[in-house]
Ligand binder design. Structure first.
Ligand code: ATP
Length: 231
């Protein structure tokens, strides 16, 4: 085992391989995400960015390699345990907020806490606090269809953060927004993650956005080619 393994990162992957038939989506990736750190994953289309995010988040199981969350090796968890882990320890933000259209903003944000067993009052109070932090005080009762794209994405960010996850996984979180709204939304995500003490892993095509983060990792043909500190 790698001597640097223990305590290296809050989330660590070693030798990660993911294949689709003959196609290697990940061809042996090592990565460490430190506690509270924000990391961009960049690279051309089809290079393996989403596969890496999905494997690290326990959505996809790697064909080989290891994933550790703190002291726990999570890649060998059963489907049920991985699903619990995702709900308890991780938060997710996708390109489209994937909010529940029939629920209000605060109900959407409270949902993961309710599913995790929190009481309704506690969950709604936390939801309102996070919405206010994200500049959406007063919009608690709005349904997703009544919000702008940027506002809806802030609701999705609040939803990902309410339970103060160890790691937020964001797949092209600003991809559907214009560049100004995208920048504001990204800053809101980073500020809120800092507030929650969460690490953030952001998959993006946007090089400018990646360069604004403390660390950007480039992936090509399923391999990490650079992991330089850019700021
Ligand atoms: N479900 C799947 N079935 C077959 N091949 C897949 C599947 N998912 C991904 N791949 C292949 O694995 C490789 C990596 O895909 P991945 O989606 O991880 O790349 P990406 O960098 O996120 O791409 P993009 O930026 O276009 O979203 C690609 O060659 C892709 O065609």
């Amino acid at each position: 085992m790698n001597p640097q393994w223990n305590g290296r990162g809050v989330l660590s992957g070693r030798g990660l391989v993911k294949r689709y038939g003959e196609q290697y989506a990940l061809a042996g990736v090592d990565i460490d995400i430190e506690a509270g750190e924000a990391v961009a994953i960049v690279g051309p289309s089809g290079s393996g960015k989403s596969s890496l995010l999905h494997v690290l988040a326990g959505i996809l199981r790697p064909d080989s390699g290891e994933i550790h969350l703190g002291d726990e090796r999570i890649d060998q968890f059963s489907e049920k345990r991985r699903s619990e882990l995702r709900r308890r320890e991780f938060g997710f933000v996708f390109q489209q907020g994937m909010l529940v259209a029939e629920l209000t903003a605060e109900e959407n944000v409270a949902l993961p806490m309710l599913l995790g067993g929190a009481g309704r009052k506690q969950a709604l109070t936390a939801a309102r606090e996070w919405l206010a932090r994200l500049g959406l005080g007063g919009r608690e009762g709005s349904r997703p269809g009544e919000l702008s794209g940027g506002q809806a994405q802030r609701v999705a960010i609040a939803r990902a953060l309410t339970h103060r996850p160890k790691v937020i996984f964001a797949d092209e979180p600003t991809g559907a927004l214009d560049s100004r709204t995208g920048k504001d939304t990204m800053n809101a995500l980073l500020d809120a993650a800092t507030e929650a003490g969460s690490s953030v892993l952001i998959v993006t095509h946007d090089r400018e956005l990646a360069a604004s983060l403390p660390r950007a990792v480039t992936i090509r043909d399923g391999r990490i080619t650079t992991g330089v500190t850019v700021g």
